[in-house]
Structures are given as C-alpha cells and as structure tokens.
Design a protein around this ligand. Structure first.
Ligand code: QAP
Ligand code: CO
Length: 174
C-alpha cells in the first residue's frame, strides 16, 4: 500500500472526504497501514485524506500519562457526525501535514459523536480534553480544512513566513 503523508500546501488536503460504504478487508488494510504511518511519524491522530484517501476515516491514539501509545488505545472512527458540542477551550495544536509548526486553536470543550467502527457497527462517544480536541482536528481534515485556517490573520501571517522559511531550508539541505 505504501502510504505517504501529504503536507501543506498540497491541494489534495483540501478534498472533501466521502463516507465509507463497504466495511471489507481492504478497509481494514487501510486502517492498519494508517496506524503504522501515524505511530511511525510520532502522531496521535491521522485522517485518511492525509495519506490521500478522501474517505471519512480517522484514527487516534492519545498517549497515556507516561507517553505510551499501546495498541489497545487505538481508536478507529469511520463516518463520524457531531451530535452534541459544549463549551470552548484552546490548545496548542500540531499536524503531521504541517510539520514543525504548533499554534493555539479554539475548539469546543466537549463533543459527542456518532460513528461506525471497522465492521460498520454504529457507536456513540462522549469526548473531552485532548480526545475531544483531536476528534475536532481530524474531522476538520475530512472537510478539507487544516488547523492553520482557524488562526487569526496575524498568526496565519506568522505561520506562512515561518513555514516558507522551513521549506526553503529543507530544499537547501541536500
Ligand atoms: C492532531 O496531530 C492533534 O509538527 C494530531 O513535526 C493535534 O499527531 C490532535 C506531529 C493537537 C490534538 C491536538 C506534528 C508530529 C504530530 C509535527 C499530530 C511533527 C511531528 C501531530
Ligand atoms: Co492534522
């Protein structure tokens, strides 16, 4: 399958993802490969569009207090819909598709979602703290949005400047 992570400003990240209709072995293979790519890149969350599959799929593995990400903490969330949201919070977010940049982003404090698991079974989940933030971050990917689009004008400017410089330095380092 050989997945690679798309990075900003790749326009493919702007695609609107579509619902998964078939819960077959190919879907399971994609989920398994996404998990490998996420953990191999030190990620805590990944949307399928970030590996160029415009499907409503996200995976999460929120580290526990000692920083571990055991396999039993992996969450596979397919076709998610927010059914309840409350409060506001702010967190310094990053993204595997925007490497090296972190900035505060406003989110709902808690969200409840309805989603399907890898077998197509419908579930609900009440999320708070980092899990809630991560779900909202990854669901934005499914709508073709990156966290940098939620920044104020001045912070977005700061991002563009820093990110362009980093890209240029990377090109020059061969
Ligand atoms: C989304 O983000 C997220 O810049 C997941 O050099 C972010 O896994 C959810 C990463 C914040 C909740 C809060 C970023 C790895 C990983 C980088 C990630 C980098 C290496 C980001
Ligand atoms: Co992201």
């Amino acid at each position: 399958m050989n997945l690679t992570i798309l990075t900003y400003p790749d326009k493919r990240l702007k695609q609107i993802s579509k619902d998964v209709a078939v819960f077959d072995a190919k879907l399971h293979q994609l989920l398994n490969e996404m998990n490998k790519v996420m953990l191999g890149s030190n990620g805590i969350g990944l949307a399928a569009i970030q590996v160029n599959f415009p499907l409503n799929i996200l995976i999460l593995n929120i580290p526990n207090s000692d920083g571990d990400q055991p396999p039993e903490n992996l969450m596979e969330i397919i076709n998610p819909v927010i059914i309840k949201k409350n409060g506001t919070t702010s967190y310094q977010e990053g993204c595997l598709s925007v490497p090296g940049f972190y900035e505060d982003v406003d989110r709902f404090e808690t969200v409840s979602i309805s989603y399907q698991d890898r077998h197509g079974n419908t579930k609900t989940l009440d999320a708070d703290e980092l899990l809630s933030i991560a779900i909202q971050h990854e669901m934005d990917h499914l709508a073709g949005k990156l966290f940098i689009e939620k920044l104020s004008y001045s912070r977005r400017k700061k991002f563009e400047k820093e990110y362009k410089r980093a890209l240029k330095e990377k090109k020059e380092e061969y």
